[in-house]
Design a protein around this ligand. Structure first.
Ligand code: IDP
Ligand code: MG
Length: 139
C-alpha cells in the first residue's frame, strides 16, 4: 500500500535562479502539505551518502559537486499516493523528456542540473526524510 509521504529537495540550481517560490507554489497547488522544510547545504559526505546508490555511475563526481555547491530546500511532503504523484509532478529525470507543465520541464536546465529531487519509493522516502530531519522537525 502506498504511504502518504515523500521527500524532496529543491536543488542548488533552483535556489540560485530564484525558483523556490514558484516551485513551492506548484507543490502547494498540487495538494501536498508541507510536513517539514528547511534551507540547508549538503556537505560532500552528506551528498556521497545520500546518492550512494549512484557511486559507480560516471556522473557521480559531477552529481556530488552540483548538490553541494550551494543551499538546497529540503522538505517532507504529505498527500495521498505522495511518492508516485510527486514523481508525476516533477517529470522525467531529463527535462528534454519531461512532460509539459512539470517542474523539470519548466525549471530544469539539463539531466544533471534538473531542479528537484523526488523519492522513488515509499521506503526511500522514509530513509531520505530521516536523513535530513529529526522527529521534532516534522509537523
Ligand atoms: P531521479 O532524480 O529522476 O530519480 P536518478 O537516475 O535517480 O534520477 O539520478 C539522480 C540524479 O543524478 C538526477 O536527478 C540527476 O541530478 C543526476 N543524474 C542522473 N543521470 C545523470 C546523467 O546522465 N548525467 C549527469 N547527471 C545525472
Ligand atoms: Mg532517483
Amino acid at each position: 500500500m502506498a504511504t502518504n509521504r515523500t521527500f524532496t529537495m529543491l536543488k542548488p540550481d533552483s535556489v540560485e535562479k530564484g525558483h523556490i517560490g514558484a516551485i513551492l507554489e506548484k507543490i502547494n497547488a498540487s495538494g501536498f502539505r508541507i510536513v517539514a522544510m528547511k534551507l540547508t547545504q549538503m556537505t560532500k559526505q552528506d551528498a556521497e551518502a545520500f546518492y550512494a546508490i549512484h557511486n559507480e555511475r560516471p556522473f557521480f563526481g559531477e552529481l556530488v559537486e552540483y548538490m553541494t555547491r550551494g543551499p538546497i530546500v529540503a522538505a517532507i511532503l504529505e498527500k495521498e499516493n505522495a511518492v508516485e504523484d510527486f514523481r508525476t509532478l516533477i517529470g522525467a529525470t531529463n527535462p528534454a523528456d519531461a512532460a509539459e507543465g512539470t517542474i523539470r520541464k519548466l525549471y530544469a536546465a539539463s539531466i544533471g542540473e534538473n531542479a528537484v529531487h523526488g523519492s522513488d519509493s515509499d521506503e526511500n522516502a522514509a530513509i531520505e526524510g530521516a536523513f535530513h530531519f529529526s522527529g521534532r522537525e516534522m509537523f
